[in-house]
Design a protein around this ligand. Structure first.
Ligand code: C2E
Ligand code: MG
Ligand code: MG
Ligand code: MG
Length: 282
């Protein structure tokens, strides 16, 4: 559009920059009061064991319903929360709330379901991060083996050594570490080897490509093999179709998460998903 009219170019460009900046500022402003106003909520998306078809755990996903802005996607506010460091408080709330909630579900159902929680690099860089995780477990009574922390390849960019040490310690306590969105970041395989992780979460883009590109099937199988060779559990993200599930099962993938099984649901609806004997996808 800018090219159509030389005169307008500057104004149009300037305006959109201005708007984007204002929008960020606006989100940040409302984000500041969102914690105290209880505007956040956690949704839970089940993870299913492919072999048994049973739910093995859930991923906690934050939702923000702002009275002024309406529903804001985490895809737009997490980055702003990171840049403003508000993620430290938000993330702590997410972890505590997730642990308490899952302990309640475990007690109610008598099954040790796992909970996976997304952790930002900014949180990992905090000196008291390890302590905070231990406190969340202690106050909730959740077993370390039922907690999985999801990190992304962005951790390769900063203070790698110190972060690896923290993850190593947490893992030695029995806490699981998952590498989220695997395959979309910049990490090399040599870094991957140094990371103390328990789970690979294969990104949705690989699952999406399964039906489109001929080589993508062998790509997915190679990732699964790589994970298994490293002693890791492999989870497929964003599974929407039965054909994808069939292929993943045939290829030995351990778990699936995606709309095919269920969208993320509010906490009130979690128990309904856990009706005894209910099997998904098989
Ligand atoms: P993620 O951790 O990779 O989470 C998976 C995202 O994929 C979620 O989006 C989920 O709703 C969506 N999803 C799951 N299955 C399907 C499917 O079959 N099809 C499609 N199209 N999407 C599916 P959501 O909840 O919007 O979260 C987006 C991202 O925001 C997350 O990606 C994560 O990086 C971040 N996020 C969410 N909650 C938190 C949080 O509590 N803390 C931090 N630090 N980040 C969070
Ligand atoms: Mg995640
Ligand atoms: Mg992911
Ligand atoms: Mg993602």
């Amino acid at each position: 559009r800018a090219k159509e009219d030389g005169k307008g170019t500057y104004v149009v460009y300037d305006k959109s920059m201005h708007t984007a900046f204002n929008e960020r500022m606006n989100i940040e402003k409302h984000l500041r009061s969102a914690m105290n106003n209880n505007e956040f909520e956690l949704y839970y998306q089940p993870q299913v064991d492919i072999q048994s078809g049973l739910i093995s755990g859930f991923e906690a996903l934050i939702r923000w319903n702002s009275p002024t802005l309406g529903f804001v996607s985490p895809l737009s506010f997490i980055k702003i929360a990171e840049d403003s460091r508000l993620i430290i408080y938000i993330g702590e709330w997410v972890l505590r709330e997730s642990c308490i909630f899952m302990k309640g579900i475990q007690d109610r159902m008598g099954i040790p379901y796992k909970i996976s929680v997304n952790i930002s690099i900014i949180q990992l860089l905090q000196d008291d991060f390890v302590e905070m995780v231990q406190e969340s477990l202690a106050e909730s009574g959740l077993k370390p083996s039922c907690l999985e922390l999801e990190i992304t390849e962005s951790i390769f960019m900063e203070s790698f050594e110190s972060i690896v040490n923290k993850l190593q310690f947490l893992k030695s306590q029995g806490i699981r570490i998952a590498l989220d969105d695997f395959g979309t970041g910049y990490s090399s395989l040599s870094y991957l080897q140094q990371l103390p992780i328990s789970t690979l979460k294969m990104d949705k883009t690989f699952i999406d490509s399964l039906s489109e590109k001929a080589y993508s099937q062998s790509f997915v199988q190679t990732i699964i093999q790589l994970g298994h060779n490293m002693g890791l559990e492999v989870v497929a993200e964003g599974v929407e179709e039965i054909s994808q599930l069939d292929f993943l099962r045939k290829s030995g993938c351990d778990k699936v998460q995606g709309y095919l099984v269920s969208r993320p649901v509010p906490k009130q609806e979690v128990v309904e998903l856990l009706e005894p004997q209910k099997r998904y996808g098989i």
